[in-house]
Design a protein around this ligand. Sequence first.
Ligand code: COA
Length: 626
Amino acid sequence: MPVLEREQSTNPGDNNGLPKLPVPDLQQTLNMYLKSMKHLVPEERYRRTQAIVEEFGAPAGVGEMLQHKLQQRRESQANWVYDYWIEDMYLNNRLALPVNSSPVMVLPNQNFNTDGDAIRFAAHLISGVLEYKTLLETRALPVDCARGQLAGTPLCMEQYSKLFTSYRLPGPRKDTLVAQKSSVMPEPEHIIVACKNQFFVLDVVINFRRLNEKDLYTQLEKIRKMADSEEEHFPPIGLLTSDGRTEWAEARNILIKDSTNRDSLDMIERCLCLVCLNEPSGLQLTDTNRALLMLHGGGIERHGGNRWYDKPMQFDIGSDGCCGVICEHSPFEGIVLVQCTEYLLKYMSGSPSKLVRAASVSELPAPRRLRWKCSPEIQALLAASADKLHRLVDNLDMNVFKFTKYGKDFIKKLKMSPDAYIQVALQCTYYRCHRRAVSTYESASIRRFQEGRVDNIRSATFEALVFGKAMSDGEPTFSDDEKMEMLKDAINAQMNYTLLAITGMAIDNHLLGLKGMAKEMNMDPPDIFTDETYTISNQFILSTSQVPTTVDMFCCYGPVAPNGYGVCYNPQSDAILFCVSSFNDSDQTCSNTFVKHLEECLLEMESLCSKNSDGASNGSNEGSGK
Ligand code: COA
């Protein structure tokens, strides 16, 4: 459901009578698993996997026993896969959050003429955050409903309640997603403002009164002046949060030995969100550069230390007008991030800033600077974190590409699903770049179910490979009619998988559940999960996600495999925005080449469809005319 309508009003956080996620049929999952991998691994390997899977699924075998246990788990939990999933997807992952895990939202470029403009923008935005938080707390946020396939179904709102209340605590082996419980006597609320690598506590409620926009502006001005003061300047501690999770957990353990550090950490961990005020980056603010800056902050030389990656919502506000939201992904999906950010942007454009004159006259206590005691050991760890972030900055290869020849309206006129069409185009592109198909991830929302997050649409279908080959290989040659049939087959295969995924019948969560259950029962992992095919099936060389927006902003993220691509796309009526990322140190990938072939494929698919369909040629003409 790319665009979510709000229809009924109910309580975010309750399950609104939603059904529980089903446990799919075991044989159906095993068959789909084999079918999805057959064309992705060599034949001999596939035959071995087939035997392993058959043994696993044999009557009265291990598979059936684990399946039975999963069904019992389903009875006792709101969502049988949630804990397994969040650990596997996020909390067990030891990689640094920037680029590898945290998606970002790049906001429209702002026209700030003075430094005061950026502060004014920040004050306005914080007011919006406080309004949105009130909507969440008073349970006034309308329930999202699905669009696209199975439109109209109400969706689980649980993720919204975590926007401003959770924190990802690093751990030596696995992280913990900490949720702040609302208490009878709520404690004073605060935002952390980062400025010049210093962190400040901005109380948003003082003497039981919520600060208005003027007050916020005054406080932010004070923070900016305090950040300029040379007298008390602390090292860029935020850098530690950009490191690998184990490294950060170890550094944190050292930090908390000192009570000053403990107090500072406590304030950050309990804040609503971060607002990071940045100096101009000095870069040309193209879409690609802005995406890069949001993803990694440009290293310590730019904004890399002016952040705290564990906190789910960080608003980056550059005095050069480069603004965005950096999101710790474990508590919610990009769609929830979009909804919240769109609310804030609409709030800001719909309610003009209330700042007539610069500052408020009220005497507010100055915001507090967070202090740090940095031992030589911490200083050394900071240097190591800076170095690693620098390598991440150098390594990210990003291309933000707006395809403007046509958008989803043209695809709809073909009577095809725009999402399926784009996925088939991505498969065709990958094939054209690398002459093979690879394990692909496409996020499919399972918010139709209690506490539902996502499952995977395995878009690398056999049908998409057949189509990609026909469109890319010189031999054998196919007529346009034949290619059109192949395209239709590929789109149908993709749509069928999508339908299964959004109704809780995909295979990735199910296999993960069976594996997790075996672990919980202290069993040796069944062969199906130690088999190389299973490993390959989980190396998502193409990691894709549709994140549509209705205002001028876009989402992007990094690749999840060293030799892979991250492709986030945003279909609009008459254009499609693609954010393609990969790593420079892989000699197999190149974002520019991928984009070049993607454009070719989209144009060739349009031409093919136009030749083969009357409706399409109408749509094509319209699309071309733009
Ligand atoms: N003919 C004409 N129109 C069609 C069509 C067809 N055959 N098939 C679909 N359409 C229309 C739909 O009705 C819809 O119309 P709308 O724009 O008026 O709503 C539009 O095309 C888009 O549908 P489609 O492209 O099929 O996509 P979808 O909306 O069903 O989305 C997923 C598919 C998988 C992206 C979606 O189900 C989903 O799960 N989204 C969440 C992804 C996510 O979580 N991302 C963030 C991860 S961090």
